[in-house]
Write a protein that binds this ligand. Structure first.
Ligand code: UD1
Ligand code: CA
Length: 508
């Protein structure tokens, strides 16, 4: 037998384990019926996610599974879903740009959340599943799911139905669909009684088979033992010279049996090029937003991105072109106007974020108002009922309850107390070219317009900073500080100068 496991390497958190050549077929099939029954009784579910391919049709320097849909890499969707239906472990077969893909998956699921098997040469989907098998050696359960890394729209209910079918009949359960255009998909072959008997890839299909509308979605669930044996027995005798996973369907039909689980074609669309990526994102966006519309008002759901990890309270209003990313949370009754982009940001109940604000890792208190055109950078905490106006930038800054910074201001590494008024054009000078320093402004202070606060510095409670002041030393509570040269006035000066120039023009 030709070895399929050349280059089989899997890593888990630390280190790399190399597996030797597969044992001969006979030894592998000698599982006793008793052991199988014991496994079946235990239940248990593992998952194998295939994501080693380059994704040639994407025409990208980036591996296909790293392209994102609503902020999540394509490859993360099937893993997330497999975990949601209880699969443990989840094995990801990676190849093309393995290090980058692995890093993205570990960042999302943790080193223990996903086991990585490397497929150095992409010799087909069947080869990929075959390589994943050693990683399931210690898996004591019965069933394994096989998912493709480029099918992100699959629904949890479909997967649960698939697993339930495989478990009930102890067969190979296969998701099928009937898209308006079946081009590019493997076609489902059924016998005259309607039983699934195999899958034929488009490139291998006869003209008659190509007319079949029902396709293979690439989502299988079956007993691990069967998958191991069936993938070990695959050959490359086909149009593409690859080990097709789809060939195991015919094999199951002759043995343990196959059951088709039909799904809506929109849920099982594969993403092979950028057009399909955009379409899949639109479907995911529509699905997410439709669910949220039970309690959230969308001015224009087609232009509003709400990533899967976002939480939104009741009676929230979202404007056109809003993007809510990461772990953003919006409290009830808050209003988020057009073009606002919030990443990992918390917005309190009843707060109002006006158009075109950008915030990340920030919090906005209940009843606060921000923007338009404000930029809240990481570490910003806007207190309840505080106001931040246009062209204000904040970073690692706390603005206390009811305080205001309404115009053209930069606050960095700053703690502002309650009821403070920060005038237009105030700048905290927090950086001396080498180090960052902090500014503290205590409750009730008044900072006049066009002020520079050269950190480290503190403005005491109720103190007043006159407009145009450069504050370089701490200001005691209740004091006034002002750095202003005495004004000089020259009456009639403008007229005098005008006369002078007029005379010069005449003579010249
Ligand atoms: C596959 C199916 C086809 C099905 C379609 C559904 C096969 C032979 N064909 O075709 O019947 O209708 O999916 O979307 O399975 N991969 C690896 N290693 C490999 C090859 C592929 O990990 O050696 C991964 C890819 O990265 C991808 C997935 O498997 O995530 C599917 O591969 P792809 O080449 O896109 O298969 P299709 O031609 O779409
Ligand atoms: Ca595909």
């Amino acid at each position: 037998m030709k070895s399929l496991s050349r280059g089989a390497v899997w890593t888990k958190a630390v280190g790399v384990v190399k597996y030797g050549e597969p044992r001969p077929m006979a030894a592998r099939t000698k599982k006793t019926a008793k052991a199988r029954r014991a496994r079946a009784a235990r239940g248990g579910l593992a998952a194998i996610v295939l994501a080693a391919g380059k994704g040639t049709r994407m025409r990208s320097a980036r591996a296909k599974v790293l392209h994102e849909i609503l902020g999540r890499p394509l490859g993360a969707y099937p893993i997330e879903l497999a975990r949601a239906v209880g699969a443990d472990p989840v094995v990801a077969v990676l190849g093309h740009q393995r290090a980058a893909v692995e890093a993205a998956l570990v960042a999302r699921f943790g080193a223990d959340g996903v086991r990585v098997v490397e497929q150095t040469e992409q010799r087909g989907t069947g080869h990929a599943v075959r390589l994943a098998m050693p990683a399931l050696k210690s898996f004591r359960g019965d069933l394994a799911l096989v998912l493709y890394g480029d099918v992100p729209l699959l629904r949890r209910e479909t997967l649960a139905a698939l697993v339930g079918t495989a478990r009930r009949y102890r067969c190979l359960a296969v998701v099928t669909a009937t898209p308006p255009d079946a081009t590019g998909y493997g076609r489902i072959l059924r016998d005259e009684r309607g039983h699934v008997i195999g899958v034929v890839e488009e490139k291998d299909a006869t003209p008659e088979e190509r007319r079949i509308g029902e396709v293979d979605a690439g989502i299988y669930c079956g007993p691990v033992d069967f998958l191991r044996e069936a993938t070990a027995g695959l050959t490359t005798r086909n149009a593409q010279g690859e080990y097709y996973l789809t060939d195991i369907v015919a094999r199951a039909a002759e043995g343990i049996g196959v059951t088709g689980v039909e799904a809506d074609f929109r849920d099982v669309a594969g993403v092979n090029d950028r057009q399909q990526l955009a379409e899949a994102e639109a479907v995911m966006r529509a699905r997410t937003n439709r669910a949220l519309m039970a309690h959230v008002t969308f001015r224009d759901p087609a232009t509003t991105d709400v990533e899967p990890g976002v939480e939104i309270g009741v009676d929230v209003e979202l404007g056109r072109g809003v993007a809510l990313r990461g772990r953003t949370k919006i409290g009830h009754g808050a209003r988020i106007d057009d073009g606002v982009i919030l990443t990992d940001t918390e917005v309190g109940a009843g707060a109002h974020v006006r158009p075109y604000c950008v915030a990340s890792e920030a919090s906005i208190g209940a009843g606060a108002s921000v923007g338009p055109f404000a930029h809240l950078r990481p570490g910003t905490k806007i207190g309840p009922d505080a106001h931040v106006g246009n062209f204000v930038e904040t970073k690692k800054t706390t603005l206390g309850r009811g305080s205001k910074a309404n115009h053209l201001t930069y606050l960095g590494d700053t703690t502002v107390g309650e009821r403070v008024n920060i005038g237009a054009g105030t700048i905290t000078c927090n950086y001396n070219g080498y180090e960052k320093f902090t500014t503290t402004i205590d409750d009730g202070a008044f900072i006049g317009s066009d002020t520079q606060l050269v950190a480290p510095v503190r403005v005491g409670k109720g103190a007043v900073v006159g407009a145009g002041t450069t504050v370089t030393e701490d200001v005691p509570a209740g004091a006034l500080v002002i750095t202003r040269a005495a004004a000089v006035q020259k009456p009639g000066y403008a007229q005098k100068v005008a006369k002078k120039y007029a005379a010069a023009r005449k003579s010249g």
